[in-house]
Structure formats: structure tokens, C-alpha cells
Design a protein around this ligand. Structure first.
Ligand SMILES: *Cc1c(COP(=O)(O)O)cnc(C)c1O
Length: 334
């Protein structure tokens, strides 16, 4: 594979740091935990969507688009980063939000990512009920814009299609480069998985480089088999886009859905414990929807003895701290 063959714009600060979490590792009694700081990609408070958008928005420019349409839950980090990336490139950005989470009050509706969406110049064109077919709603809206003479480019939720997943193929390459620089043998990569582009890109990247680094996705929403099937599908399409032949083994994709709790966007006791542990022992802000759920899974698996003490586990911090301000009601008393 040769990633430089794909159109790409520069939106983030890369490589992101790979740092040891010494306090947390000590507290849990091993393995050695490392954190890949994709919360520090630098685009309007950062996060994992920045990597995907470097390829997606380059494709939009290539196709001569003048307006970007995307969608997400009310407190979507993807929507915020998409609007920021579009602003950088001089493109208009329109967002459709879905009320996927039961109400956490006024802050959830208006603060955090929602506040930043409009500050960054995006327009929230609709705030639709939970369960709406959001892809269909975007297509319908795109037709309306086309009738008005615009050239819309539609980015799926989470930026998760083969072009977006290239961003995490690039992250796999970056991790391998850092691992050889630091002489760090990476035994496991763990992160929160939702719309699947992050895990699909990592699996495709580690497969294409024949590096066999196992990736464990901690699901924030879907049950295990469904999540794994979705990741496998996108990883396979991403490998095809890269021109890598051969079928991706189904067992290259592993997800764990034991930490979802009551559903998407609803923090569990474990989520809140992970959030406060990282804040108070490492000075690192996770988020209540994704990264703290992923970290809660990692912490619990460590306590269960899932990893050997001499192993190196890299947790990818996928960002989301802007969403903390939408969860004031939940967080002010933890
Ligand atoms: C979107 C998101 C994820 C999940 O990544 P996917 O590629 O959608 O699976 C994880 N963490 C944060 C903070 C996110 O915004």
C-alpha cells in the first residue's frame, strides 16, 4: 500500500504523542499502559475524526464541492471537527443532529460540541428525533441544495467509509514508526469503537503492513457480533481501496460490548470511574460517551487479568473532551 497516492489535506498536528501512563499503570499493577494522544490532533479541540477528515475533505475538494453535509448525535465530536475542517478549507458546513440520547438538560442541548458547531460557522439545519434514518435525511437535504445550484458533499456519520478509514490506516503506520523509534513492542491496541472507521482503518493498516498488532474495540453502542461484522465489512473495503489482495480473516476483528451499559451516550459507573481516574491521576480529560467507556473496558479487563504484566497496551485517546460541558448535570457531583 502507498497512502500518499490518495488526496489529503493537512488539518491536524501529526504525529500525535505516544506517552506512558505511569500513574495509572502503577495504580492497576501492570501491564504498562501507553496513550496515543489523538485527542491532541489540534483541530478545534481535537479528536479522531481529524484523521479521517484529512482524506474526506480532500476528496470533497477534488470533486469540486462547495458545501459539506454531515450528521451525528446532538453532542457529536465528528460534526464539530467536520465544521472546523470545512472552515479551514473555505467550505460551508451543514449539520443534521439526531436526538439519540435522552435529555441531560439544557447543557446537553446547547453547550459543549453544540456551542462550538455554530461558533465554528456551521449551520445546524435540523435536530431530528432519535431513530431517524439520518443517511436518508442527508441525501434528501443534499437534493434540495443541488436544486438550489450547490455542489454538496455528504460525509456519513463518524466519517466512516473507506476514504475516511484511510485516516486510521495512517495512524497504524504512525504507531508502527513510533514503536520502532521508542523500541516499544506493542502487544495490544485498545480504543472505543462506534461508527467503526477507527478500528477498520487500524485493522486494515496493521494487516497491510503484516504487523499483526491485535486491536480491541470497546463498543459504545452495538452488540459484539454486529459491531465486529460492521468493522470487518469496512476494513475489507478499505483494504480493497488500498489495493491489498486477499480476504481479511474474520478473527482479525475483535470487539467487546460489555461496557455499553444502558446505551449510547449514557455513562455507566465504570465510565465515570475511568473519567475521574484519568483526570485525577494523569491530568487527562476523557469524554463520557466514548473514550471513558473505552478506558472503563480497559481498566476492567486489566483487573480481570486479561493482559500479562509485562505487556505493553496502547490506548488510543480518541478525544471528545468538548462533550464534557454538555454533561454538566452528570459530572458536577462525581
Ligand atoms: C467518533 C468517536 C469515537 C469512535 O470512533 P469510530 O471511528 O466512530 O468508531 C471514539 N471516540 C470519540 C471521542 C469519538 O468522537
Amino acid at each position: 500500500m502507498h497512502l500518499a497516492r490518495f488526496p489529503r489535506v493537512s488539518l491536524g498536528h501529526f504525529p500525535t504523542p505516544l506517552e506512558p501512563l505511569n500513574n495509572l499503570s502503577k495504580l492497576l499493577g501492570g501491564p504498562q499502559i501507553w496513550i496515543k494522544r489523538d485527542d491532541a490532533t489540534g483541530l478545534a479541540s481535537g479528536g479522531n475524526k481529524t484523521r479521517k477528515l484529512e482524506f474526506l475533505l480532500a476528496d470533497a475538494l477534488e470533486k469540486n464541492a462547495d458545501v459539506i453535509i454531515t450528521q451525528g448525535a446532538t453532542q457529536s465530536n465528528h460534526v464539530r471537527q467536520t465544521i472546523a475542517g470545512a472552515a479551514r478549507l473555505g467550505l460551508k458546513a451543514k449539520a443534521l443532529l439526531e436526538k439519540r440520547v435522552s435529555d441531560f438538560g439544557d447543557d446537553y442541548q446547547h453547550n459543549g460540541n453544540v456551542l462550538l458547531d455554530t461558533l465554528l460557522g456551521g449551520e445546524i439545519v435540523a435536530h431530528l428525533p432519535g431513530g431517524t434514518d439520518m443517511q436518508q435525511a442527508m441525501e434528501t437535504y443534499a437534493d434540495t441544495l443541488r436544486e438550489q445550484g450547490h455542489r454538496p458533499y455528504v460525509i456519513p456519520g463518524g466519517g466512516s467509509n473507506p476514504i475516511g478509514a484511510l485516516g486510521y490506516v495512517a495512524c497504524a503506520e504512525e504507531l508502527l514508526y513510533q514503536s520502532s523509534q521508542h523500541r516499544l513492542r506493542i502487544d495490544h491496541v485498545v480504543h472505543a469503537t462506534g461508527s467503526t472507521g477507527t478500528q477498520a482503518g487500524l485493522v486494515a493498516g496493521f494487516t497491510a503492513t503484516n504487523s499483526r498488532v491485535p486491536v480491541l474495540g470497546i463498543s459504545v453502542r452495538a452488540p459484539k457480533v454486529k459491531q465486529e461484522d460492521n468493522v470487518w465489512n469496512l476494513a475489507s473495503k478499505t483494504l480493497a481501496l488500498l489495493g491489498v489482495s486477499g480476504e481479511l480473516p474474520r478473527d482479525a476483528v475483535v470487539a467487546n460490548s460489555d461496557y455499553v451499559g444502558d446505551g449510547y451516550g449514557l455513562p455507566t459507573a465504570g465510565t465515570l470511574e475511568a473519567l475521574t481516574l484519568l483526570a485525577r491521576h494523569e491530568g487527562i480529560l476523557l469524554d463520557p460517551v466514548y473514550s471513558a467507556k473505552g478506558m472503563a473496558g480497559l481498566i476492567d479487563l486489566i483487573r480481570q487479568g486479561h493482559f500479562r504484566k509485562d505487556e505493553n497496551v496502547v490506548f488510543i485517546h480518541t478525544g471528545g473532551s468538548a462533550g464534557l460541558f454538555g454533561y454538566r448535570q452528570v459530572l458536577e457531583h462525581v
